[in-house]
Design a protein around this ligand. Structure first.
Ligand SMILES: NC(=O)c1ccc[n+]([C@@H]2O[C@H](COP(=O)([O-])OP(=O)(O)OC[C@H]3O[C@@H](n4cnc5c(N)ncnc54)[C@H](O)[C@@H]3O)[C@@H](O)[C@H]2O)c1
Ligand SMILES: [Zn+2]
Length: 362
C-alpha cells in the first residue's frame, strides 16, 4: 500500500492507494472519524459490483452503516438529488459525528461531498473513488458541488475529506470508454509535470486495467502525488492549481456545446489538449516535434469521437460563458515541453477562434 500526503495544515490527510484495499476501508477509517456511524452514498450498480467488500469491511470494524443509492449520471448531479440526500440524512438521523463515505465516480464524489460539506454545516467525509478519473483527480483536493441548469459545478464548496481510499482493482468493472477517459487525464498530468509518467502511461495503458496491476497502481500513485502537491500549494485555485486545466479551456466548451451528451469529460479534454498544443505551436511556445509526441499519445488511447456538425461559433460562445472566463481575457495552460507548462494570458481571441475553426474543419 502507498500513502500520499495532502498537506493542508489542520486539514491534511492521506490518500491510501493499494490493490485490494477496499477490503480494509473499515480499518483505515476507524482512527480518522469521530464515531462508528457512517452513511455510504453510492449507486445501486456500484453497490452491486463492489458493495460487499466495503460494507463487510465497515461491519468488521464495528461501524453502523446506512446506505443511500443515487441514480447514476451527470444529469443527477443536481439540486433535486441533493435535496433527496438531505431528506435521507434526516431520516437516518445523521448527526455531526456521522461520517459520509462517497463511494462512486466523480459525480457521486462531488454530490455526496457537497452534501457532507453543507448538511449541519459540515460532516466528516471519506472519498472512496471507483472510476479512474475519480481516483486520480476528482476525489483529491476538496472541490465538491452540483450543477445548475445554466451551467456545471456552479454551486459548491471546498470540503476536504478525512482520507481518500483508492483501490485500483475496483476499476476492473469500469466500461472501457470510462477507463480511457481517465487515461486522457493521466496523460495530462504527464504533460503538466512529469515526462516519465507521460511515457509510462503511453506505453502501458493498453494492458490496463486487467493485465498489469502493478503499472496501474504506479500510474495512479504518481498522478495522485502530482494532484496532492498542486492542491497543497494552492488549495483554492488562485495560482498554480490552474495548471490542472491544461486541455480544459476548450474541452469544457466542447462538453457544453455538445450538451454533455456526445463526449465523456476525458474525451473532451483529449480534443482540448490537441487544440491547446496547436495554439502553443503557433505561439512558438512548443516545437512541432514535441507537439506531435503528445498528439500521437492522445490519438493512441483510442479514436476520439468525431466533432462533425459542431460549429466553431457555438464552441467559442461556450468558452465566453465559462465561469472561469474573466474580464474578456483568455487564459490558457500551454505546454512548453512534456513535463512543463506555462499559464498564458492575453491570447488574442482571434488566434483561439482560428485554432478551433481549423480543428473542426479538418
Ligand atoms: N471535484 C473535482 O475536483 C472534479 C474534478 C474532475 C471532475 N469532476 C467531476 O467528476 C464527474 C465525472 O466523473 P466520472 O468520470 O468518474 O463519471 P461518473 O461518476 O459519471 O462515472 C462514470 C460511469 O461509470 C460508472 N461507474 C463508476 N465506477 C464504476 C465501476 N467501478 N465499475 C463500473 N461502473 C462504474 C458510473 O455509474 C457512471 O455510469 C463530473 O461531474 C465532473 O464535474 C470533479
Ligand atoms: Zn478534467
Amino acid at each position: 500500500m502507498k500513502k500520499v500526503a495532502v498537506q493542508l495544515r489542520s486539514r491534511s490527510y492521506a490518500i491510501h492507494i493499494g490493490n485490494g484495499i477496499a477490503n480494509r476501508v473499515g480499518r483505515i477509517a476507524k482512527d480518522l472519524v469521530p464515531s462508528r456511524e457512517v452513511v455510504v452514498v453510492s449507486s445501486k450498480e456500484i453497490l452491486r459490483l463492489h458493495g460487499e467488500k466495503v460494507l463487510g469491511s465497515l461491519s468488521r470494524a464495528s461501524f453502523k452503516v446506512s446506505t443511500i443509492a443515487l441514480p447514476q449520471g451527470e444529469r443527477y448531479k443536481s439540486l433535486a438529488t441533493l435535496a433527496n440526500i438531505y431528506r435521507r440524512f434526516a431520516s437516518h438521523r445523521v448527526n455531526r459525528r456521522t461520517t459520509i463515505i462517497a463511494f462512486g465516480g466523480g459525480v457521486i464524489g462531488d454530490i455526496a461531498g457537497f452534501a457532507a460539506a453543507s448538511y449541519l454545516r459540515g460532516l466528516p467525509l471519506i472519498q472512496l473513488p471507483t472510476t479512474l478519473l475519480a481516483q486520480i483527480d476528482s476525489s483529491i483536493g476538496g472541490k465538491t458541488g452540483v450543477n445548475l441548469p445554466v451551467g456545471k459545478n456552479l454551486v459548491g464548496a471546498f470540503h476536504q475529506p478525512r482520507c481518500v481510499i483508492v483501490d485500483p482493482l475496483l476499476l476492473a468493472s469500469l466500461p472501457v470508454r470510462e477507463f480511457r477517459s481517465g487515461i486522457y487525464e493521466a496523460l495530462k498530468y504527464g504533460v503538466i509535470k512529469d515526462r516519465s509518467l507521460f511515457m509510462l502511461v503511453d506505453r502501458k495503458h493498453h494492458s490496463l486495467p486487467g493485465k498489469d496491476k502493478r503499472s496501474l497502481e504506479q500510474i495512479i500513485s504518481r498522478c495522485a502525488e502530482i494532484k496532492a502537491q498542486i492542491v497543497a500549494a494552492d488549495e483554492t485555485e488562485t495560482g498554480v492549481r490552474m495548471i490542472l486545466n491544461y486541455g480544459h479551456t476548450i474541452g469544457h466548451a466542447l462538453e457544453a456545446a455538445t450538451e454533455y451528451r456526445r463526449l465523456t469529460h476525458g474525451e473532451a479534454i483529449g480534443h482540448g489538449m490537441l487544440m491547446a498544443n496547436q495554439l502553443a505551436v503557433e505561439l512558438q511556445l512548443l516545437t512541432q516535434a514535441e507537439a506531435e509526441l503528445i498528439n500521437a499519445a492522445i490519438v493512441r488511447v483510442s479514436a476520439l469521437p468525431r466533432l462533425n456538425g459542431l460549429s466553431n461559433a457555438k464552441v467559442f460562445r461556450c468558452m465566453l460563458s465559462d465561469k472561469k472566463f474573466e474580464s474578456q481575457r483568455f487564459r490558457f495552460v500551454l505546454p512548453r515541453r512534456i513535463g512543463d507548462v506555462a499559464v498564458v494570458t492575453d491570447i488574442p481571441p482571434s488566434a483561439v477562434a482560428a485554432v478551433i475553426r481549423r480543428y473542426l474543419n479538418a
